[in-house]
Design a protein around this ligand. Structure first.
Ligand SMILES: CC(C)(COP(=O)(O)OP(=O)(O)OC[C@H]1O[C@@H](n2cnc3c(N)ncnc32)[C@H](O)[C@@H]1OP(=O)(O)O)[C@@H](O)C(=O)NCCC(=O)NCCS
Length: 305
């Protein structure tokens, strides 16, 4: 992979040290992430957006478990920037087969735009230097989008479907069952066919954290994870018909107020479902890709991609 800057492994950049993240750093890293993303939500809020909120306890616990998982699987992909005040920036990334993914990336508000984020990302990109593909879900922060473009990522706008579900529109959903660890091989095959690389060890984490739905018939197969809030977290399928069936199954089991995030233009089947369910379409951030086309039929997760 083309690196943007020379990685300053364990080096000091001005008064700043950039060093690998440890498991003990993760709670403090979570605070940096929450500060960074809460401030981002306040800055980028449009009139139709709800009031930004801090991360709740359940969400924080999921964040911490996921980040500890990544520090364990990819110690060379997770970095912190620190000075005498403590952690000021964090990045987590990981390799799955030939794919490098950026999970999260944040600098404390008030410290942004002063050259902390770029060397942090450079360290994470070094971890993916042998990967032929790259994937990240970018916020709408103009600085983040600029940095990702400079790092050679193509930016594909992401859409979200939100609103109150019209339950009368839900069709009869058949051939969808609860999934289990016995489906991991099938899911890894679907991951390879859609995004070019299996989720591998991430399936064990996702199975612990989320609810899995699977559709596996003679005409197609697919899976969908439902997150702790009852919303779609990740979906992969071998064809649009199976993807459509799974999305309806997620909506049917979920709350009245729906948010289906991270839809790219390559996944118009999801828009068909959303409009039929009388949801509203909005744009939010970008999917950044290197060496690959937007996966379909596929709905990525913001961090586990
Ligand atoms: C994205 C983020 C991690 C980058 O860290 P940072 O320390 O702010 O980044 P740097 O200062 O190293 O680099 C910022 C770049 O954006 C440029 N920039 C600064 N303000 C900008 C603005 N308002 N609009 C566009 N570009 C801007 C800087 O000039 C620099 O680019 P350059 O070196 O080519 O001139 C940080 O801004 C952040 O935490 N944002 C909120 C959370 C977020 O969106 N994270 C990304 C999730 S995908």
């Amino acid at each position: 992979m083309r690196a943007l800057w020379r990685a300053p492994y364990g080096d000091r950049v001005g008064d700043l040290t950039i060093r690998p993240m440890t498991s003990d750093d993760v709670p403090a890293a979570e605070r940096v992430s929450d500060e960074g993303f809460f401030d981002l939500d306040v800055r980028m809020r449009t009139v139709s957006d709800p009031e930004p909120t801090r991360r709740g306890d359940a969400h924080r616990a999921v964040w911490i478990e996921r980040t500890r998982h990544l520090v364990t699987t990819d110690p060379g992909g997770c970095w912190v920037a620190e000075d005498d005040t403590g952690l000021v920036g964090i990045v987590t990334s990981y390799r799955r087969e030939t794919l490098w993914c950026l999970a999260t990336y944040a600098v404390l508000p008030g410290r942004q735009g002063r050259g902390i984020g770029k060397p942090l990302l450079a360290a994470a990109l070094q971890h993916g230097r042998a990967c032929t593909r790259g994937m990240l879900s970018a916020s709408a922060d103009p600085k983040a989008l600029r940095i990702y473009h400079q790092a050679g990522f193509e930016l594909h706008p992401q859409m979200s479907l939100t609103g109150i579900l019209d339950r009368s529109a839900i069709p009869v959903v058949e051939k969808v069952r609860d999934g289990s660890a016995g489906d991991i091989d099938l899911m890894d095959s679907l991951d390879r066919a859609t995004r070019g690389a299996a989720h591998g060890p991430d399936h064990a984490l996702m199975l612990r954290t989320w609810h899995l739905l699977v559709s596996d018939t003679t005409t197609g197969s697919g899976y969908a994870y439902v997150n702790e809030r009852g919303q779609l977290a990740l979906l992969a399928a071998s064809n649009r018909r199976t993807a459509t069936r799974l999305l309806w199954a997620v909506l049917a089991d979920g709350p009245e107020e729906v948010a289906v995030d991270h839809l790219t233009a390559a996944n118009q089947w999801a828009l068909d479902v959303g409009f039929a369910a009388r949801l509203e379409l909005h744009q939010k951030g970008c999917l950044g890709l290197r060496g690959m086309k937007p996966p379909a039929p596929y709905v990525h997760h913001g961090a586990l991609l």
